[in-house]
Structures are given as C-alpha cells and as structure tokens.
Design a protein around this ligand. Structure first.
Ligand code: GAL
Length: 377
C-alpha cells in the first residue's frame, strides 16, 4: 500500500511540474515546454500562422558536440507566447554521410516563412558541410506542406551566384588583383575591404552566407539577409515568388562593419535592423539601423541596449525581432545566451523593444509580460 501511495504521489508531483504555466518572460532562466523540458530552439525565429505562433530553432545536444547539428530543427507552438508546446523535430539531419545535411554538419539560425501563393512553408538556414568548419558559408533551403513539417531538404547554395549587387562598384567586377593576394594571406582573420574584391572572387559560385534571417514584406516579397564577404558586409537579397531561390537583385549594406546575427522588422513604413559584431559565441554590443526601404540607405543608430550589460547585449546575441499580433508597436527582441561548452543549456533573452527619438531601444527586465505594451494601445 505504502509503495502505491508513493508511486501515486510521485506521478502527481511530476505531472504538476509538467503543467507549469507561465504568465511572464524571465530572460536567462530555464524555459520549460509542455513536457517540462527546457525549450530547445536556439538561433530561432517565430512564424505566426492561423493565430498560433511557431518557434523554430536549432536543436542542441549536451556538450560541445551540440554546437554541430546532431538532430535538426525543433519547433514549438504557442498561442500566448509564454507557454510553448513541443511540436517535435521538423527537419531531421541525415544519417547518410553524403547528404548536405549529414548529421554533424553545422545547421544554424533556421527561419521559416509561409508562401501564400504556393501554400508551402519555406525554411532557410545557415549550412556548413560536416567537418569543414565555417568555410562553406552556404544556405540550406527546405520546404513543407504543413507548418510543423516534415520539412524536406531541397538544396544548398551560396548566396546570389552569378549576380552583381545593385550597388556594385566597377572594381568588384575585376578579377582579384595579384598584388592583394599577399595582403590577404597576411590577415589572420580574413578581411575584405573592397580592394580585395571578394565579390569578384565569389561571383561564379556565389557569395558567402553565414548568419542569416528572412524577412517578408507587406507586399509578400521575401528577402534573405546574411552576413557575407567573410562577415564584413551584410547582403540583402530578394527571393523569387516561391521563396525557393534568389531573383538576383541584392544590395550590400554596412560595408566593412562586420556584423552578424541579423534581424529585421518594419514599423510605420520604416525598416529596422538589429545585429551584432563578430565575436563568435561570446556576446558583444548590438548594432541597430533604420532605412526607408529594404534596399537602404541604411543609417546606423548605435547600440539599442541602454541598461547595465549593454556592452554584451545583456549577454546575448540577436536572432529575431517578433511582432506581437494585434498589438500596436509591440515587438519582442529575441536573443540567444549561448552556452558553447554545453550547447543544450543555451538560454533565451526576450525583451520588449521600445521606440524613442526615432530609434529603438531595449531595456533589461528581470521579468515582464505583454501588458507592457498596453500603454501603446
Ligand atoms: C556566432 C554566430 C552563431 C555561430 C557562432 C559560431 O557569431 O552568430 O550563429 O555561428 O558564431 O562561433
């Protein structure tokens, strides 16, 4: 009998802890899904579809090996943004070692958008072939009929092959000059001032694409925004109507500013950009910018973080800026607090975005909820 009561109590306690309900955001703490397990969707983004939010991100495993893709892309769903239901792995890495997305590859920053014309869900992500470090600088493209997958991998590619950017300079069109070869080999971390002409070098096979995001504008046009030219320039490229390819129209932005972790959102007809500097898993001070058109000109607005901890973006790196449905001026900064020694333990920093003096700012909050935005309604 005692055994029975003990078992009953254990099951009761366990189910109670599983049923934890959140009513606020507490950045940096463990954030459990409906199974009581810390959400595993790093470098993620959110898609709103039929009044439900879907959070897609990198599934990490324990230890340093978790910095490579051992499982795939994980999805969670929510109707209130606090409580997330596990929707499982929606894109699996492949056991086939010859696959572009073979287990052990690097698969980062997946973003999913919905194509109203084809009625398909399209996923783009940063892809590095297994065992090749970060030298590939590719994107992977996958597609699904249902929002929770399964997503089928289509192909990998460099960005915008055989196209020149809208704001190309004549020097980009020339072959890489001999005299710069030595200069380049002397640079510890490959630098790419225009004189080295990375665009010309990569014209045929396509441009680098590392940290990336997707953005769909009000007119349904979608854009791929990535860290290119050895992370020294951001490229913003238009996608074809089916969102599965580039149209070839793209622009170079923030030349030589070395930005990563791009996120884009739109408010009152203006486009806002948030990104980071390039210090790998270690956080740095965020950058922000505004433009009247997705093509620019982009004006930098400085570090949007304003409180103690701003030099490290409150120990995080941007991944997405989420517009809250049905609320005016309600945007949430989504960042990752990476934990490269035990990748699965990475935490999420979600903070409200505020607008002040023609820029956006982000304050730190130990705890906050969506009523924060009530003042704007
Ligand atoms: C970061 C980047 C991450 C990951 C990491 C690897 O700068 O934002 O997505 O690529 O570097 O060191």
């Amino acid at each position: 009998m005692k055994k029975f009561v003990f078992l009953f109590l254990t099951i009761w306690c366990v189910s109670l802890s599983f049923a934890q309900q959140y009513a606020s955001f507490k950045s940096g703490e463990l954030w459990k899904d409906d199974n009581g397990i810390h959400i595993n969707a790093h470098g993620g983004g959110v898609l709103l579809h039929k009044k439900t939010y879907y959070w897609f991100g990198e599934h990490k495993v324990e230890g340093r090996i978790g910095n490579s893709a051992q499982v795939g892309v994980h999805c969670y769903s929510s109707t209130d943004l606090y409580n997330w239901k596990d929707a499982g792995i929606v894109l699996q890495v492949s056991e086939d070692v010859s696959s572009d997305i073979a287990k052990g590859c690097i698969l980062e920053r997946p973003k999913v958008i919905y194509n109203k014309k084809t009625k398909k869900f399209v996923m783009w992500f940063h892809l590095e072939p297994k065992g090749k470090g970060y030298g590939g600088a590719l994107v992977g493209i996958a597609q699904a009929d249902k929002v929770t997958g399964p997503f089928h991998f289509i192909r990998s590619t460099r960005a915008t092959p055989k196209s020149w950017p809208v704001n190309v300079l004549e020097l980009h069109k020339k072959a890489v000059l001999e005299q710069y070869k030595e200069e380049r080999s002397n640079l510890g971390h490959e630098e790419h001032p225009d004189s080295v002409n990375t665009l010309g070098r990569d014209f045929e096979k396509g441009q680098h694409s590392r940290d990336m995001t997707l953005f769909v504008d009000d007119d349904g046009k979608a854009y791929h925004i990535c860290s290119s030219e050895s992370n020294s320039v951001i490229h913003i490229a238009e996608l074809t109507d089916d969102y599965l390819d580039y149209t070839g129209k793209y622009v170079r932005a923030f030349v030589g500013r070395k930005m990563e972790a791009p996120a884009i959102f739109k408010r009152d007809g203006l486009y806002y950009f948030m990104g980071s500097g390039c210090t790998g898993w270690r956080p740095n001070a965020a950058r922000s910018a505004v433009a009247p058109s997705i093509w620019g000109p982009w004006t930098e607005l400085g570090n949007p973080c304003v409180d103690e901890g701003k030099e490290t973006t409150y120990q995080s790196q941007s991944t997405y800026i989420l517009p809250v449905a049905g609320k005016k001026d309600a945007y949430i900064y989504m960042g990752d607090r990476w934990c490269p020694d035990n990748a699965i333990d990475g935490r999420y920093i979600w903070l409200p975005v505020e607008f002040k003096d023609n820029r956006f700012i982000i304050h730190w909050h130990d705890e906050w909820d969506l009523s924060f935005f009530d003042k704007y309604q």
